[in-house]
Structure formats: C-alpha cells, structure tokens
Design a protein around this ligand. Structure first.
Ligand code: ATP
Length: 289
C-alpha cells in the first residue's frame, strides 16, 4: 500500500522532550526544504518553531512499521505542541431542497422516480392536487388527491409552501412534509410546474437548487407526450404551446438537464452529480421558510 516511506529530520539541539524516530526509517536532513533522495521535501514546518523539521517521501517501497508510525506521530505532535484532532474537517453536508421543473411530458416524474431508486436519503414531496387520478397513480404516493374544496381549505390554513392552478387543477406543496424530512436529514425533491418556480424562488431564494429538465428537441417531447396516451388532441395542443413558452424561462434555473430519448439513466446520473457538487459547496444552502 505504501509506495514510499516517510523520512524526517529533526535538528537535535533544541529537542529536550522529543525522541528521535528510529534511524532505520528516518534519514537525517539538515534543514527544511533540503533535498532528500534527490527530491525536495514538499512539507516544511514553520521556521518559528524552536527547531526545524521536514517530512518527505522517497521512492523506497518499505513502509514504516506501526510502531515507527506511532513514534513519528507522537514526535510531530510534540513538535507542534498540540495533538492531532480526529474531528471531521469538512462540515457535514446539510439537507438540500432540489426543485425539478420542465415542460409537461419531459419526464419529471420518470427522473424523480429513478433518482429515488438509485440514491438514498431522497424524499420526494408528495404534492396535493385537485386533479383526477390517472390510471396507475396511487393516492399518497404520486399525489394526495383531494377535492377542490379541501385544497382551498389547505390554502386558507397556510399549509402549502406554494400552489398553482395548472390546466384547471390545483397543485400545491405541503410545508410540514418538507420540515419533517429535512429534520431527519433527507434531501428534498420538489416537482413544480414552471409557474411555481418563480414563487419558490422568491420564497426559498438561494436555499434551494433549481433544475430545468428538457427533452433533446421539441419533436421528441411531442412524441413522448403522444406515447404516454394520457392526452386528447386538445390537451396535447395546450401542453405543447405551453412547453414553447416554458423553455423561454430556462434562465430562472441553476441547471439544465437533458432527458434524451432512451437516456433516462444519464439524466438521473447528471442530477445526482449536481446534488453531490452542491453538497460539497463551502457555503452550504440552508432553508428557512
Ligand atoms: N428519457 C426518456 N426516454 C423515453 N421515455 C421517457 C424518458 N423519460 C420519460 N419518458 C416517458 O415519457 C412520458 C412522460 O414522462 P413523465 O410522465 O415522467 O413526464 P412529466 O414531465 O412528469 O409529465 P407531466 O408534467 O405531464 O406530469 C412517460 O411515458 C415516461 O415514461
């Protein structure tokens, strides 16, 4: 495992408490930055220390024994006058809110479903809707299917983060569900129609990431909608006309992901990479609503 061994040098005169590591592994080097085995030592201890020391790698394949490593570590701690902390250096990533939007039929549901299958710790917030259930949809899984009256009562009680009237039906996001899952450490995925994006941006600002899903072309999007067999020619027309308008709002998003025909996994993998990158940010998103 060790391609090289460590060597260090410690100038003896000012090291009263310090035991020199065994000579078997540590060749003496006279001062920081000195060449050892033909290489300049990359690690240089501050010159303000009461002595100078260096640690560098040579090409010697022999690893130091466990005892020697322990000895070296203790020596380094003594030199630094503090022990090495085992605390995590990077702060633990905070749960994210990921907003996914895009034209009707682009594959929002398909991408989210697959993302949940391949990635742990994702909670897809189940929206409430007043639209009728489509064949195969499950109440509480795909949506909470409620009556228009029930939906408006939820609005009245301020239970929704955002809601909109989409193609004659209400759709909205229950706040409590987000709070509950974020407190358990889950990343939250919200699926909203384009008109909800502007509202969510104004509420969540930079505390969420906004991903716009597109097909590779308009022609592919139309084919996909036809193949889904859920639309009449009239509703198809409305969805396609709306999709044309929606693409103009891409600028509101942080990322655009192409969900190309037959390449669902590629789109899902890109969404996963975006989430990973966002979690590695130094200044993390923090939601407060
Ligand atoms: N990459 C893909 N390749 C082929 N077919 C896909 C792809 N992604 C999704 N589909 C299919 O396209 C159809 C539309 O997908 P989906 O219902 O997920 O879209 P949506 O954006 O959620 O639509 P809506 O907003 O109307 O609910 C579905 O039949 C789905 O299985």
């Amino acid at each position: 495992m060790y391609a090289s061994r460590y060597c260090a040098s410690f100038l003896r005169p000012k090291l009263p408490l310090f035991e020199l590591p065994s000579r078997r592994f540590f060749a003496a080097a006279k001062f920081s930055g000195q060449k050892v085995a033909g290489k300049r030592c990359p690690y240089i201890f501050p010159a303000s220390l009461s002595y100078m020391s260096t640690a560098c790698r040579t090409d010697d394949p022999l690893p130091p024994s466990v005892a020697d490593k322990g000895e070296l570590l203790r020596g380094l701690e003594t030199a630094l006058r503090s022990s090495f902390s085992s605390d995590q250096i990077a702060p633990p990533p905070k749960p994210l809110i990921i907003v996914i939007s895009g034209p009707s039929g682009v594959g929002k549901d398909a991408v989210i479903k697959r993302l949940q299958e391949v990635r742990e710790g994702i909670h897809f917030v189940v929206s409430a809707t007043s639209r009728a259930k489509r064949p195969g949809e499950v109440d509480g899984k795909d949506y909470f299917f409620v009556t228009k009256e029930h939906f408006l009562a939820m609005v009245e009680r301020n239970e929704l983060l955002e809601y909109a009237l989409v193609y004659g039906d209400y759709k909205g996001i229950p706040k409590q569900q987000i709070r509950d899952y974020m407190s358990k450490g889950f990343d939250i995925v919200l699926r909203v129609d384009i008109q909800g994006v502007a509202t969510l941006r104004s509420i969540l600002k930079d505390s969420a990431i906004f991903i716009f899903l597109v097909a590779e072309s308009e022609a592919e999007l139309v084919k996909r909608l036809i193949d889904r067999k859920t639309e009449t020619p009239e509703t198809l027309l409305v969805r396609i006309a709306t999709a044309r308008e929606e693409v103009k709002h891409m600028i509101r998003f942080d990322y655009v992901v192409v969900n190309a025909q037959g390449k669902l996994d590629q789109a899902v993998s890109l969404v996963g990479s975006i989430i990973d990158a966002e979690k590695a940010r130094v200044r993390q998103h923090s939601a407060d609503f």
